[in-house]
Design a protein around this ligand. Sequence first.
Ligand code: NDP
Ligand code: OXD
Length: 311
Amino acid sequence: MRCALVSSSLDIRGYLGTEFARIADRIEIVDHRRNGSDADISLAIAWHPPADAFERYPNLKAVCSIGAGVDNIVACPSLRPDIDVVRIVDPLQAQTMSGFVIWHVISHQRRFATYLAQQRDGIWKRLPQRAAQDVPVGILGYGEIGQRVAADLAQLGFPVMVWSRTAKPTPATVRGFHGPAGLAAMLGESEVLVNLLPLTQETQGILNAELFARMRRGGYLIQVGRGEHLVDADLLAALESGRLDGAALDVFAAEPLAPAHPFWHHPKIVVTPHDACEVRVEAVATTVVATADAIQTGRRPPNAIDRQRGY
Ligand code: NDP
Ligand code: OXD
């Protein structure tokens, strides 16, 4: 089966390399806007597709993301509502994200930024220690990745709370919340807040002044969802007022982060370049093969998102 590569921001062919062909040897990848007929294309791999990208594929059945997030694909105006959008689900990606989140939670708990500053100034001074059980962590989103992060943090002794759209069963070590009332309740108890939500109309701008005001004073934000979840000015104000003590930001509304953006040099902000957890090419190739199989046998592809919900 032929599969079109569609991106305005990434060399997908270069990213897939030779590993993709090893696993997906019956998929022939072709570049977007190649010469020749586009009527034979029923499958595409996309990341930030151009607005008119899908107009030229009248027989397109499914588009695979190269990430867990699909917001940049579902936002594409030329994507017809009947086309399946398929996300990556990869337990190794969730494990890597979990390590990234744990790194920042413990960095906040053990005052790593203060120790770095003390070292720079040659200061030998022990700081009061806080046990994991005294640092409650709230997680926005309890999906494929949020579940792994919650389980690992609970295993380390942190009190863990999770928030989802619908009520979800949780193990005894994780407290579940849902809906608007659940959010308010969870925020009131959260010192560290981890954002692992998908970007949808409902979640855009959710990390704002009102939300920060509901968290424990001196809290910490770990933002690994999407840049558009965060109101940048509200974060800066919350850090300025002491409402928040710090933030680790991995995703930004405009990536790469503009050189003049105030986040770069803010003493209470850690910036990483959308690198919390890579997607392995192997996971993309397996997903594309499963999607091609589904198209050929007239089934819905595994890991196709709900187009109405947007995730
Ligand atoms: P899933 O789709 O598996 O889970 C999403 C979770 O968010 C679900 O629990 C869902 O609730 C909840 N949710 C969605 N909308 C709302 C809402 N309006 N109110 C409350 N809860 C809501 O996503 P993943 O766990 O796989 O990934 C989450 C996001 O993490 C991705 O969409 C992506 O943006 C980001 N990401 C970032 C990466 C990085 O490198 N920085 C890497 C990978 C992912 P319910 O269970 O009720 O449906
Ligand atoms: C993402 C990913 O969705 O890297 O950001 O999977």
